[in-house]
Design a protein around this ligand. Sequence first.
Ligand code: GLA
Length: 374
Amino acid sequence: MTLNRRRFLINSGLVAATCPTAGRLWAEVRTGLKETFKDRFLIGTALNADVAAGKYPDLTEIIKRNFSSISPENALKWESLRTAEGEWKWADADQFVAFGQAHEIHSVGHCLAWHSQIPDAVFKNANGKYIKPAQLRKKMTEHITTLVSRYKGKLADWDVVNEAVGDDNVMRKSHYYKILGEDFIDMAFNLAHEVDPSAHLLYNDYNIEKDGKREAALALLGRLKKRGVPVQGVGIQGHIAMDGPSIADIEKSIEAYAKLGLRVHFTELDIDVLSREWDSPTADIATRFDYTPERDPYKNGMTKERNDQLSARYEALFKLFTKHQDKIDRVTFWGISDDMTWLNDFPIKGRTNHPLLFDRTHQPKDVYFRLLQM
Ligand code: GLA
């Protein structure tokens, strides 16, 4: 426990001055992040199916105390929701929505149209050829209408379209795009809005806080607005590194999206503490590299130096978010604790990453206390 953290907790009355251990200290923290940020923006986290099912009572407590919004890590994606034949399997999605209802937490739907985690068979015939545009429209209509209406009034935000801009800063040549062109985006938003007019609808993507892809996303969003498509917010995923993007780039992005009349959300925030020396800025989950021990330097824990850098990076981000709180609706972390982060397996399988606020044993890291007192 650092002196500052201890002093803050004692001064704020959160912990008795005699508190001997960090474990006890944590046990006696009475307010959480959602309280700290309640007048600024929602603070969210993503839940995997086990967490939503309540299999980790300690994590349930952490969520209740700290987070004012939840997102489903996988449960509402096509691949999780439907069998190869198209039958619906609602168990995990229902569980996620029930968790939000039970604990009265703002809940996000993620996502209605995405090129990934969806079977090719949605787009192709048995002979491997693309289905006709009318057939894809029919499938999209059934999918979006069924899903959005099932949870109408229970999911406040929807990530309607995910990652439609490619790493080459032009429209991604996804199956959706190849069959329907950009119209698949208009269609998804129009359908979602028709079914649940009170839901807040977002376009969500990674690296759109960086030069190049930002401009491509702004151009797309500008076209959507011009066509009267009901897009109300932008989700900057925020899967970022320790050394980039810069705070200046992120600030430029917040301002540019807000100027377009969109509410800004950080939807999948995490900070990769491992090196990204390979030549790929991408967060596309299809990208993979080979494991080597040198690429897994914090296998037995973070150094103090790296841990301090992580705290400083998060602190700088939250200072920026606070500065622009009038434009930002929500900041959601992509997960709660380091044992369950996707970054343990991306883009190299089996590494030990430390990107979140809670460690592998579900204890708060220094950064947690730094944010708590902001
Ligand atoms: C993307 C998706 C998320 C998730 C992350 C990585 O950013 O939007 O649903 O799959 O990748 O886990």
